[in-house]
Write a protein that binds this ligand. Sequence first.
Ligand SMILES: [Zn+2]
Length: 457
Amino acid sequence: MTLQAVLNRVDETLPQALDRLVDLLRIPSISTDPAFKPDCAAAADWLVKELESLGFTASVRPTPGHPMVVARHEAPGPHILFYGHYDVQPVDPLSLWDRDPFDPAIEETAKGAVIRARGASDDKGQLMTFIEACRACKEIHGTLPGNLTIFLEGEEESGSPSLIPFMESNRQELSADLALICDTGLFADSQPAIEMMLRGLAKVEFTIKAATKDLHSGMYGGAAINPIRVLTRILGGLHDDQGRVTVPGFYDDVDELPESVRAQWQSLTFDAGKFLGDVGLSIPAGEVNRTPLEQLWSRPTAEINGIWGGYTGAGFKTVLPAEASAKVSFRLVSRQDPSKILPAFKAWIEAQLPADCSLEWNDPIGSPASVMEITDPAFEAARAALSDEWGVPAVYTGCGGSIPIAGYFKTILNMDAMLIGFACDDDQIHSPNEKYDVKSFHKGIRSWVRVLDRIAK
Ligand SMILES: [Zn+2]
């Protein structure tokens, strides 16, 4: 059976695959620090050489920042684009590392072997799972496993300034039938997951203004309106006692979870008590009658991120301030549109403003949620492949935060993204002593072999 032959090949050549990962990890491709610009270029060059050796047509593509790597293998079948990033986070403070972050080593731990280095998990180890899967297929079959584009970025850890312009000017080349993104994790360290929904974000800073200047609370108190009182009264009503946001129309474009996904989430072993307990809390504070995972992944939120006004220095000043300000953000889901939500929020505030108060509205900005079309048969095929490899059912999960690349693939290139990752919660990405489990690396490679076997034909 040829699939088995490829999987066997992965098993037999794991030491060599780890050696190649070590080579890539030695390159300190820190994208945010200009001192490492030559190293970012070196990592891109290294990847192009690897990909060319596998039979891809690959090139380093300059941008105003760090280069992109694009590799292409044309073949019959659906066009699949794989995304990863070769840049890494800075390593400071170096004193908290147990070893040189760019001198990788395989260590035995209680959990098993790990490879320790900056970028081991985020994202060099992860992107190499896909490249190594391609290699094993090539070695057994003599050809790469499908109609593939590999797209690797070097600025993910520094805000991706070149990404949108690059996608827009290479739209034709990068538009595929489906994108695979490998930059996320397993669920609870052991269960493979496909992230199917990422929350969007809308945010605004605003100021409520009243008197033309700060006033003496003895001379004016009682007669003059206090804008902090107005602001806190309004924001105090942002949620009702069921935990729902009270802005009219806020839930209009919020879809209920498909029943099949709800059932999967209920089967997940998620310990809400531990999740909250780890940060000193005990009671989920979102909408009542929603599970904690729904509150985190599939329900929208409104949060007051900051609030200020009046005198907050040492001692006391009995001021009646002229203005009060707040920063408020919303995590959005489903079809919620920031360009509808923010004006609705503004209108809701204005409707509650007393006479003599005015509203100043600054820097409203937002991006919608990403929701993948899991009715596309490729999703169920990939889920089956992952379940086969890990011996437990793979699940569709959500992500409370945003992964902007997934949204750009949809809005700029009009393709859905499948987010499959093999990181663990304890990988310490972005922190000292980052590591990647050798088991995750190995099974990650095998997972891609199986996924491509099912979806790339
Ligand atoms: Zn990453």
